[in-house]
Design a protein. Structure first.
Length: 450
């Protein structure tokens, strides 16, 4: 900035307005004559006065503040799986729409985010959709503002039955009857165990999840794992309810599960699903409950637990699995919790397997569409996207020539099996939980072994 005394100017010649600039007739700056076009300046641009009511309504919600930090660089858009599937989505677009008058509480954008965290990975401004959307949804649920009916039904099921499917708690252990091995139910036989296996809803109730649960029980038995389950006393882990906008329900089921954990003596919790892993590891410690409050328990996803024992596991894998297999990283095991190796170590231990990565894998992995409440919003998403995320993923698995899509999240077998059918890939691609592949390579034991 020049000192005032060195800056001399004569009366300005104002250029006609349609030329869009101003020019002083004579200017001497620090002794240099910059008259004429050298001091030509464009007129200040007109600033558009946005009505920021809706943006400010959102950013005033605790947890949703970072939506206001977006500076429109657009890095997040190609990272967003919803946008890739034709959903015209991503934080940049949401920010811009809010700036130009969209009321998020009245718009489908509120419910399309799967909380996959891929945009957070690339955003230079730390706009955090995994914090923003659950906070905004919680407000929408609280105010009863346009919450999709499928979600309300799911919340109701969890409140009433302790699981999103609305199944009776008594049926939680039905799958154990045909596992072919003894499974210890801790409520009936409460002595100490090495492992408390948190089975999860889809393993307990869904017809394909049951296959994986039975496979897990057999693999644990062959390895000699001393384990027990909560059986009828288990409730859903609550992670999806929290992300879909029901933090109160999450706390309720978390408190219940923590109370059950507190009843038994065990070395660690092993979970079937990435959401249970995320909840027990990262969210339950924040829940204060009853006498103990905010308990932290050692917890491992089953792939982590088994990968640590791969030397003991490998000799048990006597059968060959001579097929081309690819693996889908679950967002809540991979990106959210940094575990990419354990599932791959298990697959590499399988004799005969030919492993192939998909283009989008590990930290850049694609999303199945089931996170953040998406598990119950397929119908809603279909109205606003060109395809389901699971369909996009299945096409990629087929493109890399895989015959088997291996998964390790209880949501995914059913999601991807549906997508295999809807993309006309029936017979070309099989979807299997990693635990099913391990079990298939071991010597059959007991009745009911597939
Ligand atoms: S990457 Fe972040 S700052 Fe850039 S447009 Fe997306 S949300 Fe905005
Ligand atoms: S968290 Fe995932 S689905 Fe949600 S906006 Fe970001 S990239 Fe898209």
């Amino acid at each position: 900035m020049p000192e005032r005394s060195t800056y001399k100017t004569t009366t300005a010649r104002r250029a006609p307005r349609d030329e869009g600039f101003v020019q002083d007739e004579q200017v001497i700056l620090e002794g240099v004559d910059i008259s004429g076009q050298w001091n030509k300046m464009y007129e200040p641009r007109e600033i558009v006065d946005y009505d920021l009511t809706h943006l400010e309504e959102l950013t005033a919600i605790p947890g949703a503040e970072s939506m206001g930090w977006c500076y429109q660089c657009a890095q997040c858009i190609p990272a967003c799986p919803v946008d890739t599937a034709g959903g015209d989505y991503g934080p940049r677009k949401i920010f811009r729409r809010l700036q130009t008058g969209m009321d998020l509480f009245d718009h489908q954008d509120m419910w399309l985010c799967t909380s996959c965290q891929n945009c957070v990975r690339v955003c230079p401004k730390e706009v955090d959709m995994v914090e923003i959307m659950p906070a905004a949804r919680a407000q929408a649920v609280l105010d009863g503002r346009n919450v999709p009916g499928e979600l309300l039904e799911m919340f109701q099921n969890v409140a009433e039955y302790g699981n999103p499917m609305g199944e009776s708690a008594r049926r939680r252990t039905r799958w154990t009857r045909k596992a072919g091995v003894d499974i210890r139910l801790l409520p009936k036989n409460p002595g100490p165990v090495d492992v408390l296996w948190f089975v999860g809803d889809y393993y307990a109730f869904h017809n394909r999840g049951v296959d994986a649960a039975q496979a897990m029980a057999r693999v644990f038995s062959r390895l000699g794992v001393d384990f027990g389950i909560l059986g009828v006393d288990e409730r859903t882990d609550g992670d999806s309810q929290r992300l879909a906008g029901e933090p109160g329900l999450f706390e309720e089921v978390a408190e219940h599960n923590l109370e059950q954990f507190g009843k038994y003596e065990f070395g660690k919790i092993v979970v079937s699903g990435p959401h249970a892993y995320n909840a027990i590891k990262n969210e339950y410690p924040r829940v204060s409950h009853g006498k103990t409050g905010g308990d932290t328990y050692p917890v491992e996803h089953y792939t982590q637990f088994l990968a640590q024992q791969v030397d003991a596991l490998a000799p048990l894998l006597s059968g060959s699995f001579a097929r081309k297999v690819t693996f889908h990283d679950p967002c809540y095991l991979g990106r959210h919790n940094g575990e990419y190796d354990a599932p791959r170590r298990l697959l590499e231990a399988v004799p005969g397997i030919e492993f192939v990565e998909m283009y989008r894998c590990k930290a850049q992995g694609y999303c199945c569409g089931g996170g953040g409440g998406g598990m119950w919003l397929d119908g809603f998403a279909a109205e606003h996207q060109m395809e389901r995320l699971s369909e996009n993923r299945v096409k990629e698995a087929v493109e890399v020539g895989a015959e088997v899509l291996a998964v390790c999240c209880p949501y995914e077998v059913s999601r991807f099996e549906d997508a295999v059918k809807s993309t006309d890939n029936d017979g070309k691609l099989e979807v299997l939980d990693i635990i099913e592949i391990l079990d298939a390579c071991m010597e059959p034991i007991g009745e009911g072994v597939a």
